[in-house]
Ligand binder design. Structure first.
Ligand SMILES: [Zn+2]
Length: 68
């Protein structure tokens, strides 16, 4: 399936382009990501979730300790 410019509907041939070659509009990130880039983003998200969980656990542990 080819990605299309949401503004003018023309097919995006190169996902390296940030701008549509026909109408010059900025293209949405999800159309531009390659598989590898998508993996990087998903890994970053997973790491962010992991850090958020660690922060929550640390806060809960601190609250438990403070309640004594
Ligand atoms: Zn366009």
């Amino acid at each position: 399936m080819s990605a299309k410019c949401p503004a003018c509907g023309s097919i995006i041939y190169s996902r390296r382009n940030v701008l549509c070659g026909v109408c010059g509009r900025r293209l949405p990130h999800e159309l531009l990501f390659t598989g590898q880039e998508r993996e990087n983003v998903e890994r970053d998200l997973a790491e962010a979730k992991h850090r958020a969980r660690l922060a929550t656990e640390a806060r809960l542990a601190r609250e438990q300790r403070d309640s004594y």
